[in-house]
Design a binder for this molecule. Structure first.
Ligand code: BF8
Length: 702
């Protein structure tokens, strides 16, 4: 017999099948008061996830699927909405449509709470409401099961950044030894700075010798079995290093730490929540200093340190009159060469030129250094293909959803994988080798050019909304250079003085993914807006940068719409000193590994004021986090001593003890803690309040 819930599901299905606009479905469900009964997958389809039940106390999965007021009606980028409608009209299901698929997570409320364990063949075990069990087959408690899985997620995220760092280090080593000839040392000054930071001042050496020493020191950090990573000693400020040492969380090499984490969390090894949680903190440091910093630093040496750059952002950067290549993933080692090969092709003035556009963090890397236009965030990959105008989507590693191949199979688009660690069933593969990088890039470009003949013009659909003009490239070097035009002798002074004077209330780093659980970019935009209005300087990285660009937060508008008067005046003064009409209200600092750049700024401000990082009016936020990498970065931020806001709990709410540890008690250890708040309006209030508290403690006005 049909239940009310199944009837509603059928109704929604019929509506979607008959191509009613998803917003109509959302509004109908909301008006009828049946939101909570809608099947989760279809709710995600209809509402981007906001039709789930209201947040409950820790221990229920709804803590990560709470109702966010007004999210359903919010349009960040009309072009994205247009393409979602278009994809649905073509019968293409998207990441917004599929939604979470764990039965126990959403009906029994255990999976999302971290209470499902797959660590051995006696299970799987589910604790909590679905089974009533409080211990697994081995006796593991809620605390142990939830913490073990959190450790594994952080280890997964850290390993992604470590492998990214390894690729950069191997490239630099090959350049230094001459085995890799398609890359070069582009930024000698940065190389020199890193060399002295890692290896000390060992006399005058050639760039090649310095590069070899830096590459080998970096690779040694990944492989070391004892001692602290040299990059941690180089980049982390002394107070933090002392704090971590006293806590016993200083890591050794990345390989050893990730391997130990896997070992500790396998069945029947570490059965103590606190002990496991210290491993989580340690892995956060592995992420920061064996992943993020190495990747950023060595990529700057190879490809240049970003400086201010103009570009455009949103799906409309895809050009229906050009051969379009999307580069997506994370490592610029590939995309830099693709951009070069496309430029070479275009220099021959072909009848149809190539238009390279970027997505995800690879897109951000080539935006920051080359001004390549941004097509969109990770969740928009399917939409880019649905334009019907993409000849090749070239992917390297991380955040490439496998469904891109399903969507591509409905068009002429080639999905081209390039990394032996990242294959996709049905996709083409070009074996990208560092030693023959230029040739591989040319092969990719040739595949795209040949594929243009297969484009079906009747399937091409681009949103009619023009791209946003953006300004990016805010490396610490660029920030200091811009401030130096205000005060050449003491460049940081204009920034610090304005913080002290409360023209800048504080700094918030908004980073990380864009979730498909809400309307695209909703939480990023609301949070950013509210903070700007309160004179908070917002810097950011990752998929936030795509949302920010598409909404207009990276547009240099001399009217500074929505920006508090104090912050607007500071931005205008810095712009004027640099001969610019305006600066963007938010400063885009790069890809997710470039969160390392944010630490550089925070360290500099702390040193200038003579205080520790936890004392600063600085907060980190990942309102829409998705990936394990984001969890690892968040843990690193807590280690730095920052209040770290996240918009959903990382599958730990089933253990109230672990929740208390990470959202409260850990502050007594590192000075930082997690703050979980799904509603961006509430999050903005909470973040401003925390900033004000820090200001008061420093004796500053609020
Ligand atoms: O590293 S922000 S969805 S693209 S994980 Fe991925 Fe998240 Fe986007 Fe870059 Ni970061």
């Amino acid at each position: 017999m049909a239940t009310p819930k199944s009837l509603i599901d059928s109704f929604i299905d019929a509506l979607v099948t008959h191509r009613l606009k998803r917003r109509s479905v959302i509004k109908f469900a909301a008006a009828a008061g049946v939101a909570g009964a809608v099947a989760p997958g279809l709710a995600a389809s209809a509402a981007g996830g906001q039709l789930f039940k209201s947040p409950k106390s820790p221990g229920t999965c709804n803590t990560c699927h709470g109702l966010v007021p007004h999210a359903a009606d919010y349009v960040v980028d009309p072009g994205t909405e247009d393409m979602i409608e278009r994809a649905h009209a073509l019968g293409i299901d998207l990441v917004w449509d599929r939604g979470p698929r764990c039965k126990y997570a959403h009906e029994g409320e255990a999976g999302a709470a971290g209470l499902c364990c797959f660590r051995c063949q006696m299970g799987p075990c589910t604790l909590g409401p679905p089974t009533g069990a409080e211990r697994g087959a081995c006796g593991a408690t809620r605390e142990v099961i939830a913490t073990r899985d959190l450790v594994r997620r952080i280890a997964g995220g850290a390993s992604a950044h470590v492998e990214h760092a390894r690729a950069a280090a191997k490239t630099l080593k090959g350049v230094a030894t001459g085995t890799i000839r398609d890359y070069a040392i582009t930024d000698s000054a940065k190389l020199d700075a890193i060399y002295h930071g890692l290896c000390g001042n060992a006399g005058a050496l050639t760039d090649q010798a310095k590069a070899l020493a830096v590459a080998e020191a970096s690779l040694a950090d990944l492989g070391r079995d004892e001692g602290v990573p040299s990059w941690l000693q180089y980049k982390a400020n002394p107070e933090r290093q002392r704090t971590w040492g006293a806590l016993g969380i200083l890591p050794t090499g990345a390989g050893a730490e990730v391997c130990q984490a896997e070992h500790r969390t396998t069945m029947g090894v570490d059965g103590d929540m606190l002990h496991l949680a210290t491993d989580a903190l340690k892995l956060g440091l592995v992420d920061g200093y064996c992943g993020l910093h190495i990747a950023t630093g060595l990529q700057d040496v190879l490809f240049g340190t970003p400086m201010m750059v103009r570009a455009k952002a949103n799906l409309s950067v895809i050009d229906p009159k050009a051969i379009n290549i999307v580069v997506t993933g994370h490592e610029p080692i590939l995309s830099e060469k693709v951009v070069e090969a496309a430029d070479d092709y275009n220099r021959r003035l072909p009848p149809v030129p190539i238009n390279v556009v970027g997505m995800c963090c690879t897109g951000t890397e080539v935006l920051m250094r080359r001004g390549v236009n941004l097509a969109g965030a990770m969740v928009q990959q399917e939409l880019a293909i649905a334009t019907g105008a993409i000849e090749a989507m070239v992917v390297d590693v991380q955040c490439i959803i496998p469904n891109v191949q399903n969507v591509a199979s409905q068009f002429h688009t080639h999905i081209i994988t390039t990394n032996p660690q990242a294959m996709i069933t049905g996709a083409m593969h070009v074996d990208f080798k560092l030693e023959s990088a230029a040739a591989s890039a040319q092969e990719i470009v040739s595949l795209a050019v040949a594929n243009y003949a297969r484009r079906d013009a009747t399937k091409v659909h681009l949103p009619s909304y023009p791209p946003k003009e953006i300004v990016a490239g805010f490396s610490p070097e660029q920030i200091v250079a811009a401030l130096a035009n205000v005060n050449r002798v003491d460049p940081l002074r204009p920034l610090v003085d304005n913080i002290v004077a409360n023209n800048i209330r504080g700094i918030v780093a908004i980073v990380g993914c864009a979730t498909p659980r809400d309307s695209f970019g909703y939480q990023h935009v609301i949070l950013t807006k509210r903070l700007l209005a309160q004179n908070v300087l917002v810097v950011g990285t990752g998929c936030w940068g795509h949302v920010a660009g598409q909404y207009g937060f990276l547009t240099a508008d001399p009217a500074y719409p929505g920006v508090g008067s104090g912050l607007a005046a500071v931005l205008a003064a810095v712009a004027k000193a640099n001969g610019l009409e305006a600066l963007p209200p938010c400063w885009h600092m790069g890809s997710c590994v470039d969160n390392s750049r944010i630490e550089e700024v925070v360290n500099a401000v702390a040193a200038y004021l003579g205080v520790s990082i936890p004392q600063l009016p600085v907060v980190a936020s990942a309102p829409e986090l998705i990936t394990e990498k984001a969890v690892a970065i968040g843990t690193w931020a807590v280690n730095l001593g920052l209040l770290t806001h996240i918009g959903s709990q990382p599958y730990i709410s089933g253990s109230s003890a672990l929740v208390k540890l990470l959202t409260s008690d850990v502050e007594g250890l590192t000075g930082g803690k997690f703050y979980v708040e799904r509603d961006p309006e509430m999050a903005a209030t909470g973040i401003i309040s925390a900033i004000n508290d820090k200001r008061r403690a420093l004796g500053l006005s609020v």
